[in-house]
Design a protein around this ligand. Structure first.
Ligand code: B4P
Length: 192
């Protein structure tokens, strides 16, 4: 299996690039943000709990997202590989992902981090908020809180993959197609 972790702060381009990647590669896209928003739309108990946290720009508990990813992996056992988008967001999630993938006799090939500064992130998310209908994109204070949560809780996950020599950083500012081409180069270099 060919498994890629797409990493970066909120608004760095993970979702945008994932859409292009699934058109190019035969990989299953697993976005914990999308999976959580589906639970909210369905009005499940999990969705109701997640919505309160997401609207505030806070992370959903590890056990919730790890459970969702575990189910998604089991449901896609024939997949050629996965693009993990927005997961893992904590070191505990990264450790669980390694365990889950080992159960399926596979592992992460590489992590690709999109680097974008805070002011550009805020600008992009406020712009997306005009049309996305996402409550977490509407309010600048909450967007900045998401960036702070990223810096304090998520950024350290890069170190976890760097220790395994799997971490690759790219400049996430610039033309979307140019960034996509650089991501594809890295993915092709890390074919199992
Ligand atoms: P996510 O759904 O993962 O949302 P995100 O990080 O805000 O978006 P993303 O980074 O994919 O957006 P993109 O850059 O593509 O998470 C939402 C919430 O869910 C979290 O805050 C958290 O509460 C919860 N959650 C999710 N996963 C979790 C986990 N594992 N653990 C705990 N909680 C979790 O797009 C942004 C905008 O930028 C777009 O409008 C796009 O058009 C634009 N853009 C992209 N690339 C650009 C470029 N190169 N130039 C200019 N604009 C660009």
């Amino acid at each position: 299996m060919h498994n890629i972790v797409l990493f970066g702060p909120p608004g760095a381009g993970k979702g945008t690039q994932s859409q292009k990647l699934i058109a190019q590669y035969n990989l299953v896209h697993l976005s914990t943000g999308d999976l959580l928003r589906a639970q909210i739309t369905e009005g499940t108990a999990l969705g109701l709990k997640a919505k309160k946290l997401m609207d505030e720009g806070l992370l959903v508990p590890d056990e919730v997202v790890i459970g969702m990813i575990g189910s998604a992996l089991s449901a896609n056992q024939q997949a050629a590989g996965f693009i993990f988008d927005g997961f893992p967001r904590t070191t505990a999630q990264a450790e669980s992902l390694d365990r889950l993938l080992a159960e399926h006799h596979t592992k992460v090939a590489c992590m690709i981090a999109l680097e974008v500064g805070e002011e550009e992130l805020v600008k992009r998310l406020l712009e997306r908020g005009k049309t996305s209908g996402r409550p977490d994109d509407q309010d600048e204070t909450k967007i900045r809180r998401r960036v702070t949560v990223y810096n304090t809780e998520t950024a350290q996950v890069a170190g976890y993959y760097a220790a395994q020599h799997k971490f690759h950083a790219l400049n996430g500012i610039g033309n979307i197609d140019d960034i996509f081409a650089q991501i594809c180069l890295l993915i092709d270099q890390h074919k199992p």
